[in-house]
Write a protein that binds this ligand. Structure first.
Ligand SMILES: NC(=O)c1ccc[n+]([C@@H]2O[C@H](COP(=O)([O-])OP(=O)(O)OC[C@H]3O[C@@H](n4cnc5c(N)ncnc54)[C@H](OP(=O)(O)O)[C@@H]3O)[C@@H](O)[C@H]2O)c1
Length: 345
């Protein structure tokens, strides 16, 4: 089976490569293969994969047609993870990489009749949030995208737009699409290791450095999590199995409230857990003060992912059972991640 992956060098991508190279050869679309491939092969082997089963194809989501060679062998599945993942992205570059890049990957999958395992995010299942943003159905032409970018920022808006546009392309044509919708990604369930650029790292860092005196939101608010290795296993079977549902919500419904999450982490970090809540609108207002987001290491856009909505994971639960994949205990994942954070200080 020929598999192609974008975003292989990223936090999730490396774990997906480690998982898939145990049984498959894998072609990674890399922007600078000469320098990136040797490092990635080593990282993949260190994560329990077989680095030598990983091969590189030069390409870039920012280039027309992804800048891929014309004679690319038709892959059976394409896993698309490559994206600009940061707060404060300017809308034009967020759109270029995350929306136009995703559509180019979807076109490639359609041309080669490959399955596309497309990574969106769990907020695509927060229907109340989508309604507030004016995203009422899957018709991208009926959405005021400028408003969406203004309201939620370049990263989230571009992820929402990419998902809605890729879905529209799939429904109008012949595209085998599986959309994986991850929650905020936590560390590895055994080692707890997490990239420093990940949002959960920023949360732990804020807690450890005493920048988290209050809990954003109410007692009902939570930041749904998924362990990176569990997500990687889910994506691997989404690419290689038959009978995969169209959407897989990669979110652990047993994630505690934000208060509970912070209490577990604070205990391991030797900090007092915050007890009082600060309403999100008030916090968002405070974060408008110039310099405060940087000082607090908290960007208003990140607050959208802390919300009270609960999600129905029944379809994913059934698929996990069918595949013999069990979710690791999310409380143990939080403990492992906080312990890993403490040990690296
Ligand atoms: N982590 C989460 O909590 C989370 C949750 C939901 C969804 N997701 C989605 O999952 C995917 C992977 O996330 P991740 O956490 O693994 O991200 P990451 O660590 O930031 O990795 C991003 C990947 O995208 C590649 N990339 C391609 N073009 C890029 C460009 N113009 N600018 C920056 N990077 C570019 C990077 O390659 P280079 O090495 O060449 O820079 C890297 O491989 C993204 O689509 C993200 O939206 C993540």
């Amino acid at each position: 089976m020929t598999l192609l992956i974008t975003g292989a060098t990223g936090f999730i991508g490396r774990h997906v490569c480690a998982r898939l190279t145990r049984s498959h050869d894998l072609y990674a679309v890399l922007r600078q293969p000469e320098t990136q491939l040797p490092t990635l092969r080593q990282q993949v082997s260190d994560l329990g994969g077989q680095g030598d089963r990983l091969h590189a194809v030069k390409g870039d989501p920012d280039l027309p047609g992804l800048g891929l060679p014309e004679d690319l062998e038709a892959p059976e599945a394409i896993i698309h993870l490559g994206a600009r993942f940061a707060w404060q992205l300017d809308p034009a570059s967020a759109h270029r990489t995350n929306v136009a890049g995703s559509l180019a990957v979807a076109e490639l999958a359609r041309r080669h009749q490959s399955r596309l395992v497309f990574v969106s995010g769990f907020m695509l299942e927060n229907h109340e949030h989508l309604r507030r943003l004016g995203i009422n159905n899957d018709d991208p032409e009926r959405v005021d995208w400028r408003r969406v970018y203004r309201l939620v920022g370049g990263y989230e808006a571009s992820k929402l737009e990419a998902a809605i546009r890729v879905r529209a392309l799939a429904s109008s044509g012949d595209l085998d699409l599986v959309e994986v919708q991850p929650a905020t990604v936590a560390g590895h369930s055994d080692t707890g290791s997490l990239d420093t650029s990940q949002p959960l790292f920023a949360l732990l860092d804020n807690l450890a450095r005493g920048r988290m005196a209050m809990i954003p939101g109410s007692p009902e608010h939570w930041l749904p999590l998924v362990a990176v290795d569990h997500l990687a296993s889910l994506m691997a079977v989404a690419a290689t199995s038959d009978g995969v549902p169209e959407r897989l919500l990669a979110l652990d419904p047993a994630t505690p409230s934000l208060k509970g999450l912070l209490a577990i982490a604070a205990d391991l970090l030797g900090r007092r857990a915050p007890q009082r809540h600060v309403p999100l609108p008030l916090l968002a207002l405070l974060l408008r003060l110039p310099g405060l987001p940087r000082l607090m290491n908290t960007w208003p856009e990140a607050l959208n992912f802390i919300q009270p909505t609960r999600f129905d994971t029944a379809i994913t639960d059934a698929f996990l059972r069918e595949q013999g994949l069990a979710r690791p205990s999310i409380e143990a994942v939080i403990v492992a991640t906080a312990r890993w954070y403490r040990q690296r200080q």
